[in-house]
Structures are given as structure tokens and as C-alpha cells.
Design a protein around this ligand. Structure first.
Ligand SMILES: O=P(O)(O)OC[C@H]1O[C@H](OP(=O)(O)OP(=O)(O)O)[C@H](O)[C@@H]1O
Ligand SMILES: Nc1nc2[nH]cnc2c(=O)[nH]1
Length: 202
């Protein structure tokens, strides 16, 4: 059976707090893109810790991505394919996309498991920003960085740009094994969830 790890709101708050100085110093984000639904709460917590006196809050944009396992149709046994579906995206025709040009964009999600979702998000955002940049005849470079609460140390199906990893533009607050992480926002009984978390030694 897959081991479960229970994570509390309190722990998540502190993981965001601890990561904030490095994010501020190294990424200097102008805006965040939260991958819904799991990226919303960490992005919101992080926003408070990224706030600089005298500067406005860093805006949070949202995209919705869902991972669907494609079931095999009875042929030779294959590892199930995975397909990411957009449930929400930035409005390509509006200022939303133009706003990203030349910015330091921090992509936020709660967990990097097979990396399929993050690969999709980075690839598609880079592509759309490049299209907008060309359309507007602009030359500024947009940089993407990633923050996740948990990275699973496992063979990844998805891949991130080598340049992003080489330049340390990926931060995972915690690296875990191939376990199942139970997040508080998924809990039906938050008191029971918290007591499960308290019983764990990590
Ligand atoms: O690294 P991966 O294997 O791609 O998995 C990680 C993704 O899976 C979960 O999303 P899910 O599709 O379950 O949607 P949710 O965030 O709305 O729960 C999670 O929020 C990540 O976005
Ligand atoms: N809640 C939850 N969602 C996931 N999506 C991919 N991996 C995980 C995980 O460990 N926990």
C-alpha cells in the first residue's frame, strides 16, 4: 500500500514562509501563476510573504490543469498515457498575456509528481508568451520559475527546460519519496486529518 503523508495548513504556511526569502532574492517575481486547484492556497500564502514594504502585492493569475489517465483499450498492456486538459487558461487576446512579456513569472503548484502538469504549464505558457511578444514586436525576455510544496523523488514522465534547472529556477520546499500526500483542503474531517499529521514523526 502506498504510504500516506498528512500535511497541515500550519506546515504549509511555514513551508511558504521559509521559501519566500530565496524566491524574493533569486527569482524576484513580478507575478505568480497558480495551477489550480492545488496551487491556489500556497500561492495566496506566499503572496503575503513576498510583499515588500512600499510595493504592491504580487498579482496571482490562475490556470486550471487536470491530469487524465488514458485507459488502455484492451490491446497489449501499456503504461497508461497521460493527458493534461486545460480547464482554465489566460486570455490570449487580452492584456493578460501581454502582461507577462519581460516579467519574472513564478508558477506555483502544490505537488510535482510525474511532472506532466508542470511540463505542460511551462511549455504552453512559454509558447503563448512568445506568440504575444512577436505580435507586439517586443524584445523583452520572460523568465519562468517554479515553486512547489512537495517534489516526489522519482523517475519523471515530464521534463522541464534544462536551462530552468541549471539556473536553479525550480524550488521544492520538501522532497519526499513516492508517497501519497494528503493536503488539508482535501480533508473531509480536518480534525482527524490534523491528528493523523500529529501522529507522524515528520
Ligand atoms: O506531476 P503530475 O503527475 O502532473 O501531478 C501533479 C498535479 O496533479 C494534481 O492535479 P490534479 O490534476 O489532481 O488537479 P487538482 O489540483 O485540481 O487536484 C496536482 O495539483 C498537480 O497539479
Ligand atoms: N493530493 C495529492 N494529489 C496528487 N497529485 C499527484 N500526486 C499527488 C499527491 O501525492 N497528493
Amino acid at each position: 500500500m502506498v504510504e500516506k503523508i498528512y500535511v497541515t495548513y500550519n506546515q504549509i504556511h511555514k513551508l511558504c514562509q521559509e521559501a519566500a526569502p530565496k524566491i524574493l532574492n533569486e527569482f524576484k517575481p513580478n507575478l505568480m501563476i497558480a495551477i489550480g486547484g492545488g496551487g491556489y492556497v500556497p500561492a495566496r500564502i506566499l503572496r503575503s510573504f513576498l510583499k515588500q514594504p512600499g510595493s504592491p502585492n504580487i498579482p496571482i493569475q490562475a490556470i486550471g490543469l487536470s491530469l487524465y489517465e488514458q485507459l488502455s483499450d484492451g490491446g497489449p498492456v501499456e503504461a497508461p498515457g497521460t493527458k493534461v486538459t486545460r480547464t482554465q487558461w489566460l486570455d490570449l487576446s487580452s492584456l493578460e498575456m501581454a502582461n507577462l512579456i519581460g516579467k519574472h513569472v513564478l508558477i506555483v503548484d502544490e505537488v510535482d509528481d510525474t511532472r506532466t502538469t508542470l511540463e505542460y504549464a511551462v511549455r504552453e505558457l512559454e509558447k503563448d508568451v512568445e506568440t504575444a511578444r512577436k505580435e507586439q514586436g517586443r524584445s523583452e525576455k520572460t523568465t519562468f520559475s517554479i515553486f512547489v510544496l512537495h517534489n516526489k523523488d522519482k523517475t519523471k514522465k515530464g521534463h522541464l527546460p534544462a536551462e530552468m534547472l541549471e539556473n536553479d529556477r525550480y524550488i521544492a520546499a520538501v522532497t519526499v519519496g513516492d508517497v501519497w500526500i494528503c493536503y488539508p483542503w482535501e480533508a473531509e474531517d480536518i480534525d482527524e486529518h490534523d491528528s493523523m499529521a500529529a501522529k507522524q514523526s515528520i
